[in-house]
Design a protein around this ligand. Structure first.
Ligand code: SF4
Ligand code: SF4
Length: 89
C-alpha cells in the first residue's frame, strides 16, 4: 500500500497542532475546547491539502500528528475504509 493509491484520506481527520511546527495561523482554528486544530473545508479535507496534487502544501511545516501517521497503520487503514464507505454510499 502507498499513499499514491489514496485520496489523502488521513487529511480528513481532525488534526491537532500540539507543538509549533510553523503552521501559518490562517490555516488553524480553535476547537470548542480551545485546542488549536487545522481548518477543514466543508467536505472534511484539511485546508492545507492541494486538491489537485493531493499533496500537503505545508509539508515541511505540517503538524506533528501528520508526521507520525504511518501508512498502513490502523489509523490509516481505518480512515481509508471509512472514506471508501462514504463514497460508496
Ligand atoms: S497515510 Fe494512509 S490514509 Fe494517509 S494518504 Fe497515506 S494511504 Fe492514505
Ligand atoms: S497539514 Fe498537510 S498532512 Fe496534515 S492533514 Fe493537512 S494537508 Fe494533510
Amino acid at each position: 500500500m502507498t499513499c499514491a493509491t489514496c485520496v489523502a484520506a488521513c487529511c480528513r481527520l481532525e488534526v491537532w497542532c500540539l507543538t509549533d511546527t510553523g503552521v501559518p495561523p490562517r490555516l488553524t482554528v480553535r476547537d470548542p475546547r480551545g485546542g488549536l486544530v487545522m481548518r477543514r473545508l466543508e467536505d472534511g479535507w484539511c485546508i492545507a491539502l492541494d486538491r489537485d496534487s493531493l499533496l500537503c502544501r505545508i509539508y515541511d511545516r505540517r503538524p506533528l500528528v501528520c508526521r507520525e501517521l504511518v501508512v498502513g497503520s490502523p489509523e490509516c487503514l481505518a480512515e481509508r475504509e471509512s472514506l471508501r464507505a462514504v463514497t460508496a454510499g
